[in-house]
Design a protein around this ligand. Sequence first.
Ligand code: HEM
Length: 449
Amino acid sequence: MHHLATGELPHHALTRLGRDHGPVMHLQLGQVGLVVVSSREAAMEVMKVQDANFAHRPELRGPKTLLYGCADVAFASGPLWRLLRKVCVVKLLCTSRVRSFAPIRTEETRALLDSIAGQPPGTAVELRPMLEALSSAIVSRTVLGTTFEHRGAILKEGMKLSSAFSLSDHFPSLSFLDVPMRLRLRRVHRQADELFEDIIGERKRLRRQENLIMDTTENMLDVLLNAMEQPDEEVPITQDNIKAVIMDMFVGGTETSSTTIEWALSELIKNPKEMAKVQEEVRTKMKGETHDVGQLSYLRLVVKETLRLHTPAPLLVPRVCKQRCRLGGYTIPAGSRVVINAWAMSRDPSYWEDAEAFLPGRFLDTNVDFKGTSFEFLPFGGGRRICPGIEFGLATIELCLAQLLYYFDWKLPGAMAPEDLDMSETSVGVSVVRKEPLRLIPSIHAPSS
Ligand code: HEM
């Protein structure tokens, strides 16, 4: 533990230790052993060759309390996980569903553009709160059909707590000492539960009144309520599962997207040639079209390169190996916790030329992708636990970024030169974010309506 208590971010410390101790490293963290994987070969072993054995999650205090005893997708295991995962992949986050949410994305992005355009000319805008509000509004409306600004703070606290340090995760036998954290988690859980119960109750009432089971108007809550009310699987879906999955959508879908947009803009400001290139593409191909970003191939490379350098969840989500096995020449005991250091691999100079530089063009004419088959590049994880929200996340990120680049020119405040922009990281919730929030001065290139 003392190797990690250095003030460094965990993924930095684990990368440093991995350089000395190798790509499969065992750390004793309190009473619990942690295996850290940081090579392409070992990651492939975990996520492909022995995927089934490593596809379990540890029972951690935060998710257990906040997610109704791990009744969600991200932390469930066994038959429940298989069922919820299927609902997620086939019904909630499939291509047609993501497409059906395009009007919501367009409206919310338009609101963001209007609020930026409404700032006094020449003033610097702090983008993070605006981007967080955008991604949170998109997730709220697509998942629940509504936004709830005044009660949103409780979900934010829940997201922060879901990955916070908890003594009992490392010293299970001392869990009785973990009273402050336990009380905090319970309070947040109770308040989030009240919020979800109110929204679900209201939705149920509306559905009864309007007989509203039409595919086109369905939000994710409708899909989940349909699955609960008309079960076609052996494992029933309960209202607790619905609330836990809703929480997953917020945790998985909000901060990851807003932080990626902030990092992408930061890299583009720091690399003016790349900014000019991507803006030219956006402005020639998009011609003011609000939603069709499919043909913006260079923009997609910009997002890919951003996810390489700024992997939102640098250690992915922890796993557990069910049975004793061999990995990288070592024996891994059953029940070991395993993390994949995706951040270390995506900056490893043995896999990437000029690894620290922001070069979107590096992905041209390569098959390297983030779909879980290039094990040195895993921003969305891999194997059967791979993120089911890739399309949903990219749809928000690409549309928002394209519009910000189309309608505005951006510059740094004061006399700051692009190369002086500080790119330090910090970790506040589930994602790694900029330490210094990005502040930029927008000037309108084209009016937004
Ligand atoms: C830039 C955007 C995103 C990034 C970088 C990201 C990253 C990840 C990662 C690294 C994992 C763990 C994968 C593993 O264990 O191998 C994950 C899982 C998950 N993500 Fe995402 N995610 C993003 C967007 C989303 C969105 C938009 C949603 C839903 C609206 C979502 C929902 C989930 C869920 C439910 C899981 C758990 C899957 C399981 O355990 O079976 N994510 N995500």
